[in-house]
Design a binder for this molecule. Structure first.
Ligand SMILES: Nc1nc2c(ncn2[C@@H]2O[C@H](COP(=O)(O)OP(=O)(O)O)[C@@H](O)[C@H]2O)c(=O)[nH]1
Ligand SMILES: [Mg+2]
Length: 708
């Protein structure tokens, strides 16, 4: 392959809702540039981009795939991304290292919720953006609606560069408003004829051309002057204005496509070559300590790792972007995070699963390597003189959870190791060893994300696992005061045990009046690690219990608070006042008072109107209007309280409060009734009382469990 310098490399990321045609477009671009001689298709499972078994099984992209084409004098690195929110980590990493986002809109549906989700990240990183209206050959294609949707969602930066002459199944011609030509494609697509704009389209084309010229001129004072002088701009001036606008996120050029019929992709690549900013023209990268990293091959080498993936028969692949300097095979680089040294044994450019050896890659380029031991996603590999870490990708918090267990008990330890490794590869998957629930919990971006993880564990890591529902971290408390006493007495053989405790428990709340029934000698206020408080009053007078035994009583109470009497959950917000008791001159000891304290507490708890509390989440669902009825009815059947409704960019946003125990089932149901077209968000809000019926059921279950 030709060596490309930093001025001739363009990095683009293909983004869009599921099924908008990203993978098909990637295939078409490779074909059009002569990289492949035959186009694969989604239907035949033979695209370059979707090459993993799991992707064929599901008919969806799961991973971001690196590809490249060479078009005229440029190398275009393409990252094809999965459209599903489950794999948003892959999408964000790809956006992070790309210089231009190509956002596909399906002409049949215009804006979709999936488009919205990726747009949030494009906007956050302020990447130059091209909008491609795809599937213009489809029966229901509606170009004008797609443009209206785009303007509504992305604002007036949307800049129409082309429009279709005849959308729908007969689609074969596009009017180009920059070149003021008509492109007419042969039946099977490919290279179009360049024709004059027909008379019937002249008026519309002139009007839209003028709008385009104004948009391009707006971004630069000299261009504005030239425009006022001449009343027009030539092609080069237009390109200059558009590029400035793209860099400022004020121009999003919009193109027409049928990826499937190979119409329009050549022109799109030409525009990427000539106008889309190269890595060198983008704002400098920065290190975590704020140092600028210009994309310059003459400076010290620094690679930023944006993706790592364990592949069968190959080992771990490490994908990186050269942020500074150049990388050559055989180079030794320092891993800035791990303080280890890694040798770049081989250097590749990748087209899906095919990798080609290259000798070097320059600043701005993207490639991959093998056999990195300690280098993972978000790490920086650099020459010593670079000194710093490239600002890492900020991955979103997980949204769903499941408990995981090795199928064979003997694998438990290995499973934790493998999970730790998977998390390092995929930071959007979080592993938690939850001591409270006594479960290993996997937190992911969606059910499919968790299922793909299970698939990887079983097929790549050969580690059979089972998923269980994750338990709910309930809390227990009381609603009224109660008293109890307990005498612990044991006389068997040698030394006996004796301890008796009288105590009162009350619901604790911030600002409650001090305890008055007995005089308090000493108070301990404990902020519980699981939330809420325990206030412990020592009201013993006249030496009924020796003060050295009070810590033992507290210990007993605490033990019961860690395994609540009702369901074994943590207990919170209680005031305990120990006001009387008895000792034995010989047999009393710590263990006796601990047991007496624990049992007295348990007894009192059962008489204090115990209340189970459950975590309640605040939920937000964004979806098209027509789906609201179904969403409401699902909310109602999952114990949710609707707290608000709103509209945003033509979507309905509904807010609700839902117990955590229902969230996973509710999300699955909502995905189902909305065919995945809803954006769902949730976060912990508060602990709230569990309804009486459910509490009864849960505490009966617990009793049964204890009897086993
Ligand atoms: N009619 C038509 N179908 C297309 C076009 N582009 C893609 N498709 C089809 O849309 C489906 C989804 O395409 P795919 O490339 O997997 O979309 P992705 O999920 O965005 O990667 C496949 O069945 C494609 O054959 C197009 O331009 N026109
Ligand atoms: Mg795809």
């Amino acid at each position: 392959m030709k060596a490309y310098d930093e001025k001739h490399i363009k990095n683009i990321v293909l983004l869009g809702a599921p099924k908008s045609g990203k993978t098909t477009l990637a295939e078409t671009m490779l074909f059009e540039a002569g990289i492949i001689s035959k186009r694969g298709s989604i239907e035949e499972n033979n695209t370059i981009s979707d090459y993993h078994d799991i992707e064929h099984e599901r008919g969806n992209s799961v991973y971001a795939t690196l590809l490249h084409t060479e078009w005229k004098d440029y190398k275009i690195n393409i990252i094809d991304t999965p459209g599903l929110e489950d794999f948003i980590g892959e999408v964000i990493a790809a956006i992070r290292v790309s210089d231009t986002a190509v956002l596909l809109l399906n002409a049949q549906y215009g804006m979709e919720v999936g488009t919205e989700i990726v747009w949030d990240y494009v906007d956050k990183y302020r990447k130059p953006t091209i909008i491609a209206v795809n599937q213009l050959d489809a029966e229901l294609a509606n170009f004008n609606k797609a443009v209206e949707d785009a303007v509504q969602a992305f604002g007036s930066s949307v800049t129409v560069m082309q429009y279709p002459v005849n959308q729908g199944p007969g689609f074969n011609a596009i009017i180009d408003l920059l070149k003021m030509t008509m492109y007419r494609f042969p039946e099977n697509g490919g290279k179009p004829e360049k024709l004059p704009i027909p008379d019937s389209e002249k008026e519309r084309a002139e009007k839209m051309h003028n709008e385009l010229v104004e948009k391009a001129a707006e971004n630069d004072d000299t261009l504005m002057e030239q425009y006022f002088e001449k009343g027009n701009l030539d092609e080069d001036e237009l390109r200059k204005g558009l590029k400035i606008g793209m860099l400022r996120h004020q121009v999003f050029p919009l193109f027409c496509l049928s990826a499937k019929k190979n119409m329009g992709s050549g022109r799109l690549m030409g525009f990427i070559d000539n106008v889309a900013p190269s890595a060198m023209e983008m704002p400098d990268e920065v290190t975590t300590d704020g140092k600028a990293v210009p994309c310059d091959p003459a400076r010290p080498t620094a690679l930023f790792v944006f993706k790592t993936l364990q592949e069968p028969h190959i080992g771990r692949l490490t994908y990186f972007k050269v942020m500074s300097g150049e990388v050559r095979g055989g180079m030794e680089l320092i891993n800035e995070q791990g303080n280890t040294t890694e040798r770049i044994s081989q250097l590749f450019i990748a087209d899906g699963k095919n990798r080609n050896n290259v000798e070097r890659l320059q600043a701005g380029d993207i490639g991959c390597t093998l056999k990195m031991k300690n280098t993972l996603t978000n790490h920086t590999l650099a020459e010593k003189s670079f000194g710093g870490q490239i600002a890492p990708i900020d991955f979103p918090a997980p949204k769903v959870r499941v408990a995981i267990e090795a199928k064979n008990k003997a694998d438990d330890e290995k499973l934790s190791e493998v999970l730790a490794e998977i998390h390092m590869e995929d930071p959007t998957l979080v592993v938690e060893f939850n001591r409270e629930l006594k479960q290993v919990i996997l937190h992911g971006q969606g059910e499919l994300h968790l299922l793909v993880t299970k698939w990887r564990l079983e097929n790549i890591y050969k580690m059979p696992v089972v998923f269980h529902a994750a338990k709910i971290p309930y809390r227990e408390t009381i609603q009224k005061p109660a008293q109890a006493s307990y005498r612990h007495k044991k006389q068997s053989g040698g030394a006996g045990q004796f301890g008796e405790v009288f105590l009162k428990i009350e619901p604790w709340f911030e600002g409650m009046p001090p305890y008055k029934e007995h005089s308090v000698r000493d108070t301990e206020e404990i902020a519980l690690s699981w939330g809420g408080k325990l206030v412990f009053n020592n009201c013993i007078v006249g030496g009924a219990i020796d003060s050295r035994f009070l810590p033992s009583i507290l210990k007993g109470v605490m033990e019961k608070m860690q395994e609540g009497p009702l369901t074994g959950s943590y207990v919170r917000d209680i005031r305990v006042s120990v006001y009387d008791g008895k000792m034995h001159p010989v047999d009393s000891n710590d263990i006796s008072f601990k047991i007496a304290g624990m049992m007295a507490f348990r007894e009192a708890f059962h008489h204090a109107a115990p209340q189970l509390l459950e975590p309640v989440f605040e939920l937000e669902a964004t979806a098209p209007d027509v789906m609201m009825g179904d969403i409401m009815s699902e909310l109602q059947s999952h114990r949710s309280i609707i707290t608000g409704m709103d509209t945003l960019n033509g979507y309905q946003v509904i807010k609700a409060r839902t117990p955590q125990a229902e969230i996973d089932k509710l999300f699955a149901a909502l995905r189902n009734v909305t065919q995945g077209k809803a954006k769902l968000r949730s976060h912990f809000a508060e602990y709230a009382p569990v309804p009486a019926e459910l509490q009864k059921k849960l505490s009966e279950n617990y009793k049964e469990e204890l009897n086993i």
